[in-house]
Design a protein around this ligand. Structure first.
Ligand SMILES: Nc1nc2c(c(=O)[nH]1)N[C@H]1C(S)=C(S)[C@@H](COP(=O)(O)O)O[C@H]1N2
Ligand SMILES: [Mo]
Length: 424
C-alpha cells in the first residue's frame, strides 16, 4: 500500500505558475498561482539563447552545473584535530534516488589520501595459505568480476547524537554513508587461488596508506560476499575511496572496508588491533564493552525537509523524502509521521531494492502551514524495526558513539525552517 501524489498540475498551470513565483494556493490543490501578467523569462530572448555554447572538446571530464556548486561534501572543523585523520559528509539533502555520485561520497581517512600508481600496486595474500600470492592490478582483472550495489556506513555515523540533538543538518547527522555500484572480484576466488588452510578462521586486510589500517574479519564473511573492488559507479575508484583497489564488506561497518588494499593475512584468531579494541567498540552502562559489532542495523532518515533543506514554497503540496538501509537485507517498508508519532503513514518506496543497499522513500502531503515533527522508521527484511533513541539508550546506555540507528526527529516551524530535535 502506498501513497500517491494528490495533484497533477496541467501544462497550463505550469506556464502560468512560472509567471508568479509565489506560494501555492491555500487549498493545497494547486501547485502554482495564476499568471498576473507576461513573464519576461518567457517573452524575452534570454542570454543563453544568443550565444554558441561550449563545444564537445571543452569538457573532457564533465562536471556539475555551476549552479550546483553548493552541492559538496562538507566537514565539521571542530570534530577532529586535523583534516588528514578526519571525515567529511555526503550532502544527503541534495541527492535523490539511491546512488551516491562518486564526487560526493563521504571520505574517512586515518592518514590522508594515498595516491598510488596502479602499475606499482601489489596485493599480497599470506599467512595460513598453501601458496602465498601477490597480485598486480592486471592479475586481478583476469578473475571473473561481479557488479553489486552496497551502502557503506561508518559505524560512527550519527555518533554525535547519542546524548541529544547536536548537529543541525542531515549531511552532518547522517552523511557518513554512501551507496554505489561496485565492480570487483569476489574475495573468495582470490583466497581459493591461494588455498586457505584447514585451521584458517580469520583474515586481516591491510591498507597501503600511511595508517596501514587493519581489521580482523571472520573467514566465513570473506568467503561469502566480500569483493575486492576496483570500480565504483562504472569508473575507477576515486583516490579518496581507495584507488586502485578496496575491500567491500557488504552490510558491515565502514571501518572494515579497507582502502588501498595491499595485503590480506589469513589466520586462526582475530588480531585485536587498534580499530577493534580502542575504537569501534561500544562502552555499556555497567563498564563492559560490546565488541565485534560488525553488522549495521536498519536505519532511515528524512533528507527533505531537513535543516539544510527547509520548505520554501509555503503551505500546500509538499514532497517529503528520505533514505533507509539495513546491513541485514532489504527495506520493504518505511513509516513516516509528520506529527511526532501521533499518526504514522506508510511511505512510498521508489527505486531498485537491493540487498544491503540504500532505499529511497517518499511521502507526499498537503502542508497546512502549521509546525511539524517529522520522523521515519525503517523495517528491514528480517522484521527488525528501527528503534527510538530512548529505546537505544535504554539498552546501550549513554556512553556509546558507534551504531546509533535511532529514529531522527526534525521540527519544522511555520516558516518551513527545520531543526534537529528530540521528543520524549
Ligand atoms: N586504508 C584505509 N582504509 C580505510 C580507512 C583508512 O583510513 N585507511 N578508513 C576506514 C573507515 S573508518 C571508513 S568509515 C571507511 C570510509 O570509506 P570512504 O572514505 O570510501 O567513505 O573506510 C575505511 N577504510
Ligand atoms: Mo569509520
Amino acid at each position: 500500500m502506498s501513497d500517491t501524489p494528490k495533484f497533477t498540475p496541467s501544462r497550463r498551470q505550469f506556464l502560468a505558475g512560472a509567471a508568479v513565483a509565489t506560494g501555492a494556493a491555500a487549498t493545497g490543490k494547486l501547485v502554482h498561482a495564476q499568471a498576473a501578467g507576461p513573464d519576461p523569462l518567457i517573452t524575452e530572448l534570454q542570454p543563453w539563447q544568443q550565444y554558441l555554447g561550449d563545444g564537445v572538446d571543452a569538457r573532457p571530464y564533465g562536471m556539475p552545473s555551476q549552479y550546483e556548486a553548493h552541492v559538496v561534501r562538507r566537514n565539521v572543523s571542530w570534530l577532529t584535530a586535523d583534516s588528514v585523520s578526519s571525515v567529511n559528509f555526503t550532502p544527503l539533502h541534495e541527492l535523490d534516488g539511491i546512488i551516491t555520485p562518486n564526487g560526493l561520497c563521504f571520505e574517512r581517512h586515518h592518514a590522508g589520501i594515498a595516491e598510488i600508481p596502479p602499475g606499482e600496486h601489489r596485493l599480497m595474500i599470506n599467512g595460513l595459505v598453501d601458496n602465498p600470492l601477490v597480485f598486480t592490478m592486471e592479475d586481478l582483472m583476469r578473475f571473473p568480476r561481479e557488479n553489486r550495489v552496497y551502502f557503506l556506513e561508518c559505524a560512527a555515523n550519527t555518533g554525535m547524537e547519542w546524548r541529544g540533538a547536536q548537529l543541525n543538518g542531515v549531511q552532518f547527522t547522517h552523511g557518513m554513508i554512501h551507496n554505489v555500484v561496485y565492480t570487483g572480484v569476489p574475495l573468495r576466488l582470490l583466497l581459493e587461488e591461494a588455498g586457505v588452510r584447514g585451521n584458517a578462521a580469520w583474515i586481516l586486510p591491510e591498507g597501503a596508506d600511511a595508517s596501514a589500517m587493519t581489521r580482523s574479519i571472520p573467514l566465513e564473511k570473506a568467503m561469502d560476499d566480500c569483493l575486492v573492488a576496483f570500480k565504483m559507479n562504472g569508473e575507477a575508484l576515486r583516490p579518496e575511496q581507495g584507488y586502485p583497489v578496496r575491500l567491500v564488506v557488504p552490510g558491515w561497518e565502514g571501518n572494515m572496508w579497507v582502502k588501498w588494499l595491499r595485503r590480506i593475512e589469513v589466520g586462526d584468531q582475530p588480531w585485536h588491533h587498534r580499530e577493534e579494541t580502542s575504537k569501534y567498540t561500544d562502552l555499556l552502562e555497567h563498564g563492559s564493552a560490546r565488541r565485534f559489532t560488525w553488522e549495521m542495523d536498519a536505519k532511515s532518515v528524512i533528507t527533505n525537509p531537513s535543516p539544510q533543506a527547509p520548505i520554501t514554497h509555503g503551505p500546500g503540496p509538499t514532497v517529503l523524502t528520505g533514505v533507509a538501509w539495513s546491513g541485514r537485507g532489504t527495506i520493504p517498508r518505511v513509516d513516516v509521521t509528520i506529527d511526532g508519532g501521533i499518526t504514522w503513514h506508510q511511505a512510498r518506496m521508489s527505486g531498485p531494492s537491493f540487498d544491503k543497499s540504500m532505499h529511497r522513500f517518499y511521502y507526499e502531503f498537503d502542508w497546512d502551514g502549521r509546525p511539524l515533527l517529522l520522523q521515519s522508521r525503517a523495517h528491514d527484511s528480517t522484521g527488525y524495526v528501527q528503534p527510538t533513541k530512548d529505546q537505544l539508550r535504554m539498552v546501550r546506555g549513554e556512553n556509546s558513539i558507534y551504531h546509533n540507528n535511532g529514529i531522527q526527529t526534525w521540527a519544522v516551524n511555520e516558516n518551513g525552517e527545520a531543526e534537529n530535535v528530540e521528543i520524549g
